[in-house]
Design a protein around this ligand. Sequence first.
Ligand SMILES: Cc1ncc(COP(=O)(O)O)c(C=O)c1O
Length: 465
Amino acid sequence: MTDISTAEGSSPLQERRLRTEVPGPRSRELLTRRTAAVAAGVGVTLPVFVAEAGGGVIVDVDGNSLIDFGSGIAVVSVGNSAPRVVAGVREQVGRFTHTCFMVTPYEGYVAVCEALNRLTPGTHDKRSALFNSGSEAVENAVKIARAATRRQAVIAFDHGYHGRTNLTMALTAKSKPYKHSFGPFAPEIYRAPLSYPFREPAPISGAEAAERAISVIDKQVGAENTAALVIEPIQGEGGFIVPAEGFLPRLADYCREAGIVFIADEIQTGFARTGAMFACDHEGVVPDLITTAKGIAGGFPLGAVTGRTELMDAVHVGGLGGTYGGNPVACAAALGAIATIEEEDLVGRARNIGEVMLPALRELQARHRIVGDVRGRGAMIAMELVTPGTREPNPDAAQAIAKACHAQGLVALTAGTYGNVLRFLPPLVMPEHLLKEGLGILEDAFAGFGGAQPQAPSRPIATPA
Ligand SMILES: Cc1ncc(COP(=O)(O)O)c(C=O)c1O
């Protein structure tokens, strides 16, 4: 079990504790202030305001301690305020906070690039560049692919999510809430069909699904016009869709033959989340470029593109960068997070989480006909909810069950093109007793879900002082 409490960073008590209803009075007060001050377009899943967090819990301003099955959307894989992250950041902020790497460089940036070049799939010669977010990483991967190939078209997939900036909105599939009313979108983006085993009209192998996508690219775009294909090896926001085996390797082979840059967007799947350092590793896929962010830096804003040197270096000097990209504090955090992942075997820990969660969720599936599918790898696990006896998406059930979990002190997220997926992303340092308690809350939420019947009111549980 991971030691999550050291002199450098202390973790709150690893327990669920409800002192008030959720959200409590202090959170509700802050919510009123939030509504009066923050733009309405910035949504909120669970309006408890955070006082501290660490290990497997989030403690709110009312003293409630919630089990975290979200990790701030797959970010704090190493836990909040992870000791090595805190130590690195403290040391760095005391020395300098910014110079701009493009003006006067510093070692931390180089060290993060070295770590990325070492850890990402493939033993070929690589280079990396650092940015501030996942979206920015994807934008830059596309820029690099276009500069290297002198082609323009980019292929993205059904259900894909790549961000909210103008180019990445175009790459993202789902209209509401991500694209609706925000057009016009960037041109030369084309969408290909994914392998989505649960929703195929008839069973189809990964290789066959890849041929279906390749046919769209060949017929509707033309390989010779295509700079890049961008794909999440397991889709995140799309609903943790794991493509059929063979889909990704066949696409990667096709890209290699056609001179198309294969970009793996591992912003959500990367850094141990799926029980491998990168999700591409599960099928031995070696992308030409890989985008990373989220789990890379323990909560600090950092994104990266890593890839074949000949592609990365095809861009003219000054063509990549930005004022804050690879900020020294974010780099120190990343080095702390990467050390934590490697030294505490969080890849193995993610696999263990999957071994606990998947059978428990499959058992729920056997008991509840609204569970259409249970899927995922490592600590990236989802349940797709349907109208019983059909594959009709059931977003109302997903919302109701997530809300019931929130009321009982479990942070659970939804996802999916149809909004009908419950997705679970616990921190990889989650103690096993909390993981099991969280699963128990989920089980109760399913038991309490009665279609149109109202949910049981939330009740505080007995708490130690
Ligand atoms: C696969 C994937 N790509 C890109 C992004 C965008 O990252 P960011 O929100 O840091 O811009 C996300 C964020 O959820 C993501 O999951």
